[in-house]
Design a protein around this ligand. Structure first.
Ligand code: BYC
Length: 330
């Protein structure tokens, strides 16, 4: 029941039938092909709108749920400096969630509706946030690998055909790159530390490596949305290609740390000019996105509790806005 698609919104999309409708769709595709951005007030096919609502809302939910595994370490960060950095990073994720909910609202749904879909367990968010953060090294591994994977995926989204999403991604990518560096810096400190710290760093890499590769989504041959999303230039680079790019940049970083990537099949392929890597456990991926990962239930419980505890803030803000509007009208 947890984290399934947006059932509420997904009914069949009516195909263009009349000559007029077909001409309108062709003109829309011609705009996309000419790299002209689509803006909220422009006409767009219903399928394009729904695809964007699906992807942007899942992305927004991921940012918000993504705060939870890290929040687990705010009170236990090893130094005041680490605590301040971690707090700033988590606040950035909240900001990303808000820009993305706003971008999504330009397509029709309200933020309250989107949040309700998440809390009801009807919306997906990234599989990665259903894994636990067991040690401080996990905060390093998340910054290094999870934010590293997120940047790899998000940089091409800055060129997404939908203006509000593309523009939101520009700032998000800048902040994500700071996040990636703070994670790598934690890993460097641990890798250069005591034997026990090195063990912690290796253990975190062992647990986060494969889930990080799953973040890019199913293999291209099984990716149901890719072909259409690439045609509409919502997605610019395929799931497998982004995953390969991530492996190629991350392996030398692991070597630099003196850590071992937990994949016996990983080796440089000079013919391809890329690293070959082992088979991903797609059964695990499907289990996690179907709601049965290690922390799915806990994450949604935490979000529901936070939402309920924040009700008074929303009420107070609404009452204040109403009072100001009344004064302005008077
Ligand atoms: N987890 O046809 P496909 C971050 C779903 S980073 C869960 O390839 P698409 C952060 C997919 O939704 C993470 N579900 O789909 C970092 C679809 O299901 P529905 C967030 C996944 O959309 C650090 C089905 O599988 N980033 O926020 O063409 C700290 C078939 O897949 C996953 C984004 O959201 C997954 N990993 O491609 C804090 C980036 N992968 O909807 C926060 C924007 C696939 O039919 N999103 N599915 O029920 C995208 O780029 C694309 O949506 C994806 C998937 C590449 C993820």
């Amino acid at each position: 029941m947890y984290t399934q698609g947006l059932d509420g919104q997904i009914g069949p999309v009516r195909e263009a039938e009349t000559a007029e409708e077909k001409a309108r769709e062709a003109a829309f595709q011609a705009k996309i092909d000419a790299e002209i951005r689509i803006e909220p007030s422009d006409w767009m096919p219903e399928g394009y709108r729904r695809t964007l609502i699906r992807q942007i809302s899942q992305h927004a939910h991921s940012e918000i749920v993504g705060m939870l595994p890290e929040g687990n370490w705010v009170t236990r960060a090893p130094t005041l400096r680490r605590k301040a950095i971690l707090l700033a990073k988590i606040q950035d994720e909240a900001g990303h969630g808000l820009y993305l909910y706003s971008a999504c609202e330009t397509l029709g749904p309200t933020r309250a509706e989107l949040v309700e879909q998440l809390l009801a367990g009807r919306a997906k968010y990234s599989s990665i946030f259903n894994y636990p953060t067991l040690t401080w090294a996990d905060i390093g591994a998340i910054g290094w690998l999870v934010d590293g994977a997120a940047i790899m995926n998000q940089v091409p989204l800055q060129r997404c055909s939908y203006g509000p999403y593309a523009r939101a991604m520009v700032r998000i990518c800048k902040e994500e790159s700071f996040h990636q560096r703070q994670g790598y810096e934690i890993m460097m400190a641990l890798a250069n530390g005591t034997a026990e710290q090195r063990r912690m760093a290796q253990d975190a890499l062992d647990r986060w490596w494969w889930p990080a590769l799953m973040m890019f989504g199913p293999p291209d041959k099984d990716s149901v949305h890719s072909a259409q999303s690439m045609k509409w230039k919502i997605k610019r680079v395929s799931n497998d290609e982004l995953r390969q790019r991530f492996v190629d940049v991350t392996v030398p970083q692991a070597e630099r740390l003196g850590l071992t990537i937990p994949d016996p099949h990983l080796r440089w392929n000079s013919e391809r000019g890329h690293y070959d890597f082992g088979e991903i456990d797609w059964e695990e991926f499907h289990r996690v996105i179907a709601g049965n990962g290690p922390c799915n239930r806990e994450r949604l419980e935490q979000r529901r509790r936070a939402h309920a505890e924040g009700a008074w803030v929303r009420e107070a803000a609404a009452a204040y806005a109403e009072k100001r509007a009344r004064r302005r009208a008077a």
